[in-house]
Write a protein that binds this ligand. Structure first.
Ligand SMILES: [Zn+2]
Length: 171
């Protein structure tokens, strides 16, 4: 059936691209519209400068992150309520390596922490400080960042930064 003599050495060729487009999986932040997430109101509020979360109208539990069903009573009558924009550093660490997929080496080191806002504790990046600058119980405040790419959608996310930063070294 095959003419093995004549085809000797004629191999199929495959190629790989010079650059690989960033896959969705490597986009660190979720899409924030109602087409993509049922907690789009959280992001809408955040774009307006408000940090919010869901509260259950049935059992009054406050959740973080925001939910679409109450994990305490399984009710779905939830409302968005404002969270304080200031809190205390409950715990923190520094990321020096082992970056999450999608982050670049230029970003390390950076600090991540658990911030106690009173009604909830949440984890977030702590900007404008190094690990050595920080201590448990330090006062921190909300910082909203805008996310560039890879989608056209305007996206934001929250971080925290130390309060009352003495910016003497900046001038
Ligand atoms: Zn509930």
């Amino acid at each position: 059936m095959t003419d093995s003599d004549g085809d000797e050495g004629a191999r199929d060729r495959v190629s790989v691209p010079e650059e690989i487009e960033l896959p969705r999986l490597l986009d660190f932040y979720e899409r924030q519209t109602d087409d993509h997430t049922k907690i789009h109101e959280f992001y809408h509020n955040l774009r307006d400068g408000r940090l919010t979360t869901t509260r259950c109208r049935d059992c009054e539990a406050i959740h973080y992150p925001p939910r679409i069903v109450c994990p305490e009573c399984t009710g779905d009558d939830l409302e968005y309520v404002d969270l304080p924009h200031e809190g205390e550093l409950f715990a923190f660490s520094e990321v020096r390596g082992g970056l999450p997929l999608g982050l670049s080496e230029h970003e390390v080191p950076f600090v991540v922490g658990v911030v106690d806002l009173g009604p909830v504790k949440l984890s977030a990046r702590i900007d404008d400080a190094s690990y050595a600058d920080l201590g448990i119980g330090d006062s921190v405040e909300l910082k909203i960042v805008e996310i560039d790419g890879p989608t056209d959608q305007e996206r934001v996310f929250y971080r925290f930064k130390p309060r009352n930063v003495n910016d003497g070294e900046n001038e």
